[in-house]
Design a binder for this molecule. Structure first.
Ligand code: ATP
Ligand code: MG
Length: 433
């Protein structure tokens, strides 16, 4: 993309309601614009990040054996009456009446709809296990939407739903999703820690929230320092899920609600970590709660009908854009992790109209195809430096007249600020690696 033509409306005046860094930076760098309270339009730069996050989520869900579907945003109230949640959900649910006076709603989550799809088509234990997911916009009429896309009213969520014959199968599905989540967040360059979470009125012990550490997070968290070094991508192929789960749950990590002060006291003081965190995912085993309530049954080997065991698994796709910025920024702007950055590199032409500068920039831009944002504007160098730092591209290739004449460019790594003078070929190789 050429910045002179790109729809990237950066702003200097930050709206006063933007209280935290990610919200301010997303507005300043032109990633999103609010269209009404808690509802955002995604502009080209922000949308590229959202799509990158979505792609990694999708790849890891597929790799874990989940199958993608796409359910609608609008759901019939009827299904929610069956589960008993139509009234329970209260004011967070956006209720809609169509022209025939049918009660509809904008889905805040999809347990009811997936159970309905399941019960229409799956008749036998032989069709299990099955795990279905979609990546779809949700609406929750939050009392206090805030922090930009982190607590919006309309937001993009990946939600998966597993169906198994028995508890053992459901637990296996749960552990598989947990591993997929750890890989997903690590690939995004984020340190997320699975924390024992409240299971609410459903009970049981199987619920984890995935928390990205950041001082502005809404959750108070406690965890063992050993989490900081785990590499979830090291064990490629098919790892032993039970061993993985045992290894993870042996370490202490809990949110405030589930904090166990006795267990905490047993951890050597040097290994205790506490701080704030952002919930970016939440997984849940809830057994037959919905299959019973909505009478979804399949035939077992003995011909007897039974209610399958379920789990549900959410990732806050749009919240992750904000969370990644909270976890990685400085006073100058965003510092994107490589895997989710909107562009791998910015090419800064410090002297537009200089024949050598223009030619070198054009060739770099062509070589990087869609991966570079070319700052070809007529602005001063200082403006370009500031905007590149603000937008947070992992690399900046800086092309000035003297260097261009000598066949040299400056390559800057945004995360460290390190600048080296290299040949254009070396710059391209670094950016691509
Ligand atoms: P929270 O406690 O933050 O309100 P939740 O527990 O109600 O979230 P879940 O039902 O677990 O949310 O939804 C799955 C994921 O969707 C969450 O882990 C979070 O990342 C994301 N999410 C939930 N609510 C919002 C929201 N209002 N805006 C953006 N993302 C959200
Ligand atoms: Mg949650």
């Amino acid at each position: 993309m050429r910045l002179s033509r790109g729809f990237i409306p950066t702003i200097k005046e930050i709206p006063s309601e933007a209280q935290i860094a990610s919200h301010r930076l997303m507005l300043r760098a032109g990633l999103v614009r609010q269209t009404s309270a808690g509802i955002y339009a995604w502009l080209p730069l922000g949308l590229r990040v959202l799509r990158n996050i979505e792609r990694i989520v999708r790849e890891e869900q597929n790799a874990a054996g989940a199958q993608e579907v796409l359910m609608p945003t609008i759901q019939p109230a009827e299904l929610w009456r069956e589960s008993g949640r139509y009234d329970d959900y209260g004011k967070e649910m956006l209720r809609i009446v169509d022209r025939h006076d049918r009660e509809m709603l904008y889905g805040p989550t999809n347990e009811e709809m997936i159970v309905d799809l399941f019960r229409q088509s799956v008749k036998s234990y032989r069709d299990l296990p099955i795990n279905l997911y979609h990546i779809q916009w949700k609406f929750r009429d939050e009392v206090r939407p805030r922090f930009g896309v982190m607590r919006g009213r309309e937001f993009l969520m990946k939600d998966a739903y597993s169906f198994d014959v028995d508890r053992a199968g459901a637990v296996r599905a749960y552990r598989g999703m947990m591993l997929a989540y750890m890989r997903t967040f690590q690939r995004m360059g984020l340190k997320a820690i699975p924390m024992v979470a409240d299971t609410g009125p459903i009970g049981g012990d199987l619920s984890h929230e995935f928390i990205v550490l950041a001082p502005t997070g809404e959750s108070q968290v406690y965890y063992d320092a050993s989490f900081e070094g785990v590499d979830y991508l090291a064990d490629a192929g098919t790892p032993d899920l039970d061993r993985f789960f045992a290894d993870i749950t042996a370490r202490y990590a809990a949110t405030d609600e589930k904090h166990d002060t006795a267990k905490w006291a047993e951890i050597p003081e040097a290994d205790r970590r506490e701080g704030r965190g952002i919930e970016v995912g939440h997984i849940f085993y809830f057994g037959t709660k919905y299959t019973k309530a909505m009478n979804a049954t399949v035939a077992g080997p003995d011909g007897k009908m039974f209610h399958p065991e379920m789990g549900s698994y959410g990732i806050g796709v749009s919240r992750l854009v904000g969370a990644a910025i909270e976890a990685s920024h400085d006073d100058a702007g965003i510092i994107w992790p490589d895997a989710i950055a909107p562009f791998k590199a910015a090419i800064l032409n410090l002297k537009n109209g200089d024949a050598a500068c223009d030619a070198l920039c054009e060739s770099l831009y062509a070589a990087l195809a869609g991966d570079a944002l070319y700052d070809d504007r007529a602005d001063r160098a200082g403006v370009k430096f500031n905007d590149a730092d603000l937008m947070g591209h992992p690399w900046q290739i800086i092309v000035g007249p003297r260097g261009a004449a000598a066949g040299r460019v400056e390559l800057k790594r945004r995360a460290t600020g390190e600048r080296v003078e290299v040949s254009p070929e070396e710059a391209l190789a670094k950016v691509r690696s």
